[in-house]
Design a binder for this molecule. Structure first.
Ligand SMILES: Cc1ncc(COP(=O)(O)O)c(C=O)c1O
Length: 360
């Protein structure tokens, strides 16, 4: 349909989306199935949108290999609203939630749970979050154990999700980039704007046996059980955002599903880490443990801030955009979510080698 030229966009989010998804969504925005109105122009109570949300739920579950144990919710308010409402929903009297703090996002989540007497089991802040926090043991009797499986700012991930009877995972920046053990998790949440679609919609997978814990005092609009009962339509949901998610789920299936994405993402990340590791220390990866390096957000530094600035500017001129590191951390961050093709990583890796040859 469109023929606009695309740069390789390494933004951490909102981020690059597959062209096929954008084209199909743009067509549905103009006209949905030849009906003379677009998908953003019809009621969420009508049969057109009902079909969209049913298919989105079914495809989301199919991609994750998820059965009837969990509900799929689409909510507004971002991952921030979710890490705020999770303790409100899941901390029953007498139980305490436990948090592992490995970076910016798990720290913010733990802070949001302070009014619920959240216990921080371990933190890697003393080493500037250069690795996932370690040396912790969660108690089975905790209200839940919260982890962030991929720290977007600091560029590391949990290669394996931990095991806990009530595991809660912020998977925002790696959701559907690989298969996830959702079936053995209590609750998994992700803002869409990295791997799935536009900002303004988040996905929550919630185990149904948690509903009896939710106190009657939780406002309905924040209650996971009330949202599930109403198929995420207690009020008007972000209809167009959910439509884009549906197109992304269809696209993921066409790519071969999450196992295929995992392989492709490992290849893309491997190209960039090889450029870092092959630079004789000129590029310095920021993550202390190789095994914990993120496959989504590749973070590194150059010998000086001035060189990092020049790197970002020269990359931009070559169609490699949004490589500046997070505002509080600096350096370079290349986010290579599902939509980034292998060619994008190859182009960046060769730019890195050329840049070093000219400036090293
Ligand atoms: C891992 C993680 N969790 C939570 C958030 C917060 O998401 P939002 O801005 O949608 O509330 C982000 C945003 O980048 C993130 O990367």
């Amino acid at each position: 349909m469109t023929n606009r030229s695309r740069v390789y966009n390494f933004s951490a989010g909102p981020a690059m989306l597959p062209t096929e998804v954008l084209e199909a969504s743009a067509a549905a925005l103009l006209d949905f199935q030849g009906k003379g109105f677009g998908i953003a122009e019809c009621s969420h109570r009508g049969k057109e949108f009902d079909g969209v949300i049913d298919e989105a739920i079914a495809r989301c579950k199919a991609l994750l290999g998820l059965g009837d144990s969990h509900d799929v919710l689409f909510v507004q308010g971002g991952a921030t609203q979710l890490f705020t409402t999770i303790p409100m929903n899941l901390v029953a009297a007498g139980a305490v939630p436990e948090y592992v703090v490995s970076g910016e996002w798990s720290k913010k989540a733990a802070d949001a749970a302070k009014p619920y007497a959240a216990k921080v089991l371990a933190s890697s802040e003393a080493t500037q979050f250069d690795r996932p926090a370690s040396g912790w043991t969660a108690s089975d009797g905790a209200a839940y154990l919260h982890v962030c499986s991929n720290e977007t700012v600091h560029g590391h991930r949990l290669a394996e999700w931990p095991t806990h009877p009530n595991l809660v995972v912020d998977a925002s920046s790696e959701f559907m980039s690989r298969p996830h053990p959702v079936g053995r998790s209590a609750l998994v949440y992700a803002g869409a704007q990295k791997n799935l679609g536009p900002a303004g919609v988040s996905v929550v997978l919630v185990r149904k046996d948690l509903y009896p814990r939710i106190a009657k005092t939780v406002p309905k609009i924040f209650s996971f059980s009330a949202l599930a009962e109403n198929k995420s339509m207690l009020n008007t949901p972000p209809t167009f955002g959910i439509y884009i998610l549906l197109e992304t789920f269809r696209w993921l299936e066409r790519q071969g599903g999450l196992a295929a994405m995992e392989q492709r993402n490992a290849e893309k990340a491997g190209l960039l880490y090889a450029a870092i590791d092959g630079s004789n220390g000129w590029y310095r990866g920021t993550v202390a443990e190789t095994a914990a390096r993120s496959h989504m957000n590749v973070t590194f530094r150059l010998p000086s801030d001035e060189l990092a600035d020049r790197f970002v500017k020269e990359a931009e001129k070559q169609g490699l955009t949004a490589l500046k590191g997070y505002r509080t951390v600096g350096g370079i961050r290349a986010s290579i979510y599902n939509a980034m093709p292998v060619a994008g990583s190859q182009t960046l890796a060769s730019f890195m080698r050329d840049f070093q040859a000219k400036n090293g």
